[in-house]
Design a protein around this ligand. Sequence first.
Ligand code: SAM
Ligand code: SF4
Length: 337
Amino acid sequence: MANQIGPLIDTFSRPISYLRVSVTDRCDFRCIYCMAKDMAFLPKADLLTLEELDRLCSIFIHLGIKKLRITGGEPLVRKNIMTFFRAMSRHITSGALHELTLTTNGSQLRKYAAELTDCGIKRVNVSLDTLNEQKFADITRWGRLGQVLDGIEAAKAAGLRVKINTVALKGLNEDELFSLLKWCEREDHDLTFIEVMPMGDLGNENRLDQYWSLKDLRARMAERFSLIDLDERTGGPARYVRILETGQKVGFITPLSHNFCESCNRVRLTCTGRLYMCLGQEDMADMRTPLRASSDDTMVKQAIHDAIGRKPKGHDFDYSRQSITGQMIRHMSHTGG
Ligand code: SAM
Ligand code: SF4
């Protein structure tokens, strides 16, 4: 059976080369669009061990995954996570993996930046929605802006390229559009804006209230700057522009006002070993059972192929009728943003 296992290509002829792995559902922040105030976390026994994560990711890499993004929850709060990064760095050294990277809230970067660089990581995405201390505390509930800015500085000093991810939030960071752009220009960080997605809304907060369309954000930028569309594609929902006046590259992740599923090249693995073939659909495949059933990798490889064969054409998120449809009860911290 192992001989039948070929490269990962789905039924819409999309090659799957990008795996995002959530290594924990836990976090030291409680961002209003991501987690409930009183989040219940998974029992530790449900999580894949770091050794299991290593084995599973290595199988994916063997099957042709070229880019691995580690996320969460907050990946850098998982105990001994550097053991895992260190283990994955061997695939960078061998050339099997082209990029190892992570998405982080930045709180632990001061502690880990140098070691991450040492593991072959060249770029990190840091989520930062505001440069205002009070707003930062309001949005993250538990976070401190100073600690994140310090972490970003440490990352830069360690030679990591930093990309800032900013969720566009109506009434919260609308007035900071130009100050965020200016700060990123000064610090030489790329910047990508993200639309709030209807994930994990448990009734306490209304994602629609938080939704600030990137069409509107882009139009406001275009009033002040000349924006040149770039051809660059990452296989995801991001589209990029260059600001003529400053030379900055700015990204827009618009899964709601646009739909770019036709070129999707990615799948997502949760910390419990569930493989989600689409961020916006419930269908998933359990990898933990075949992983634990045998020390031989054949069953896991087959399970991965079967799952890729079920990757749907696209998601169904839609805010267009002023109500949310296609909503996911799953929290982003479970699937990994
Ligand atoms: N803790 C890390 C961080 O904050 O970067 C990694 C995990 S977090 C779930 C990954 C990304 O998802 C962050 O950039 C965050 O802003 C984004 N995110 C979380 N909930 C979201 C939502 N409902 N809509 C859009 N983006 C969301
Ligand atoms: Fe934590 Fe990231 Fe979610 Fe904020 S967005 S609560 S930092 S996992």
